[in-house]
Ligand binder design. Structure first.
Ligand SMILES: NC(=O)c1ccc[n+]([C@@H]2O[C@H](COP(=O)([O-])OP(=O)(O)OC[C@H]3O[C@@H](n4cnc5c(N)ncnc54)[C@H](OP(=O)(O)O)[C@@H]3O)[C@@H](O)[C@H]2O)c1
Length: 187
């Protein structure tokens, strides 16, 4: 029968680690498949039904990495920037339809994500100040609240909201050397 999805959450995601010049091409493309292609696939297949029914919600999980380039995780940062831009455009297209589109942009969260990407626990913790780490529970709560209110972008944690605001306005020529110097995947 026809599948009717009320709420679509695109949460699956992964990152590779290290410079593109030393990457495994298959792993890079696998990441784009999950982080980008699957989001486009599911949104384009499930939104028509939501719009027809006049209700529904999409929550796409990006990252604070969406607000800046991310040398050491180039494809990941670019994929999350794609998800942010794409979901904001969806929100614009969906105005007045009863369907909402929200982008969740978490900073660092202890889930095993960093370890799966290849960061050591120490590296992951050292890379970003403790004030930026938000618990998975808090992120999930902010996400559900934001989705319920039809918010455009949800960034859990005040420090992450401030960092995201700065990342967006800092000239790339100033930002890149700092990012390169501090990224554990480039040492
Ligand atoms: N943790 C962070 O610091 C952080 C920060 C910002 C954004 N995010 C984003 O948050 C989302 C969730 O990440 P997480 O922290 O919960 O990471 P996680 O603990 O590593 O979980 C990743 C999730 O993605 C799924 N997944 C991975 N590869 C897949 C594949 N090839 N096909 C289908 N599913 C796949 C996993 O499913 P299985 O368990 O079945 O493998 C799992 O449910 C991701 O989009 C991530 O980019 C995470």
């Amino acid at each position: 029968g026809e599948r009717s999805v009320e709420v679509l959450v695109n949460n699956a995601g992964l990152s590779t680690l290290g410079p593109v010049a030393a990457s495994d091409p298959e792993a890079e493309m696998g990441m784009v498949e999950v982080d980008v292609v699957a989001v486009v696939d599911l949104c384009s297949r499930l939104l028509p039904g939501m719009v027809d029914r006049g209700r529904g919600a999409v929550l796409n999980v990006a990252s604070t990495a969406a607000f800046q380039p991310l040398p050491g995780q180039a494809g990941y940062g670019a994929g999350k920037a794609f998800v942010l831009s794409y979901t904001q455009s969806l929100a614009g297209e969906l105005r007045g339809t009863g369907v909402t589109a929200t982008t969740l942009c978490p900073g660092p969260v202890h889930t095993g994500f960093g370890e799966r990407a290849g960061f050591s626990q120490e590296d992951a913790e050292a890379a970003l100040p403790p004030v930026m780490w938000v618990s998975a529970e808090q992120v999930a709560l902010a996400a559900v609240k934001g989705l319920d209110r039809g918010r455009l972008v949800v960034i859990p944690g005040r420090a992450n909201r401030v960092a995201a605001a700065f990342a967006q306005v800092t000239p790339r020529s100033l930002l890149l050397p700092v990012l390169v110097k501090n990224h554990p995947g480039l040492q």
